[in-house]
Design a binder for this molecule. Structure first.
Ligand SMILES: [Zn+2]
Length: 337
């Protein structure tokens, strides 16, 4: 193999200190030029920063730069820190694209927590499917309304109705683990592992979607399955609003429960499987319409967790930079409307 730089180029020629050397002059001039640039840049920075009209809450990296650096060393420190923040945000995007929760939620229990920003987002979740008729009707409504949701699937239902599971994935929704058999009793460690692993395996095999979210059947956290799931890095997802739709109340009751408790960052619990879900299907378009009228937009659970993770990052960045910005930021209008 030919070494591409075998012919020694100007760039790779070693510096010659032995000859009548122009080295000190050249490097002195370079150093002086660098200093002039740095000083000039500092003035330019001061002049420009007064006119920057960005919202620092939208860009913690920019916010930390609003004050001019005290020294070149400090400027370098800031550049490195900003770069690390950007890499961290990019890593989270990649993890999200692979179906995983952002880093702060890996192996954690996720309970309802209103978004401090007041951003009007809501995550619709459907449990116990995939099921004939109801999952399909839910999918039709979601497609018509251009809403993406999260489906916590029961492993044995995926085994029985793989084509419906595939359709949920192909229409852009997030698939998640709701155990294999949907039982509440105490599981021995091996059985708990089997409930979780079998379900993830079949969802991934039938749909190709990576599964990193778990919801405990019945919200039971102490029967061994949740402990196992979190030990494997799953985020356990609870909810903010329980529609109680599994008791089959009238559609109007389901809608009213949501509209009475909805808040920024809410997670709404519904069911597309496990029984007759006519009322859930009837309630869904009314609920979506009323939520849209209130200014809400719809996110999947990974998207919601990313919003929460970014809020935490902002709070941490504000705390470490000694900013006087409050950690709880005021409500902002939803640009999506
Ligand atoms: Zn369930």
């Amino acid at each position: 193999m030919t070494w591409p730089f075998s012919k020694r180029s100007r760039a790779t020629r070693p510096l010659s200190f032995g000859r009548r050397s122009r080295f000190p002059v050249r490097w002195l001039l370079t150093a002086l030029a660098a200093c002039a640039l740095a000083i000039g840049g500092g003035y330019a920075w001061t002049a420009v920063s007064g006119s920057i009209s960005l919202n620092p809450l939208d860009n913690p990296a920019a916010a930390s730069q609003l004050a001019p650096p005290q020294s070149l060393g400090e400027a370098l420190d800031r550049s490195i820190k900003n770069f690390q923040q950007q890499v961290s945000a990019r890593e989270q995007d990649i993890v999200l694209a692979l179906g995983g929760p952002p880093q702060p939620f890996v192996g954690k229990l996720v309970r309802d927590q209103p978004l401090a920003s007041g951003e009007k987002v809501v995550a619709l979740t459907f449990d116990d499917g995939p099921a004939p008729i109801y999952t399909e009707k839910v999918l039709e409504i979601l497609k018509r309304e251009n809403v993406k949701a999260t489906f916590f699937m029961v492993g044995k239902m995926v085994q029985a109705f793989p084509a419906i599971g595939q359709r949920v994935a192909s229409e852009g929704h997030v698939l998640a683990n709701h155990s294999w058999s949907h039982r509440y009793h105490r599981f021995a460690p091996a059985a708990a592992a089997s409930e979780i692993n079998q379900t993830t395996n079949i969802i991934q095999a039938k749909t190709g979607q990576t599964v990193r979210l778990y919801r405990p059947p019945g919200g039971v956290l102490n029967n061994g399955m949740d402990t196992y799931a979190q030990s494997q890095g799953y985020a356990s997802i609870m909810w903010g609003t329980d529609t109680g739709d599994w008791r089959r109340p009238p559609a109007a009751t389901i809608v009213n429960r949501v509209m009475n408790t909805i808040h920024p960052g809410d997670i709404v619990l519904m069911h597309d499987g496990g029984g007759d879900r006519h009322n859930t299907v009837a309630a869904l378009p009314i609920m979506i319409s009323q939520l849209k009228a209130k200014g809400y937009r719809f996110v999947t659970i990974p998207e919601l967790l990313q919003l929460r993770a970014r809020e935490t990052q902002r709070s941490t960045a504000q705390a470490t930079t000694g900013s006087r910005q409050p950690t709880t930021v005021p409500a902002v209008a939803n640009p999506a409307g």
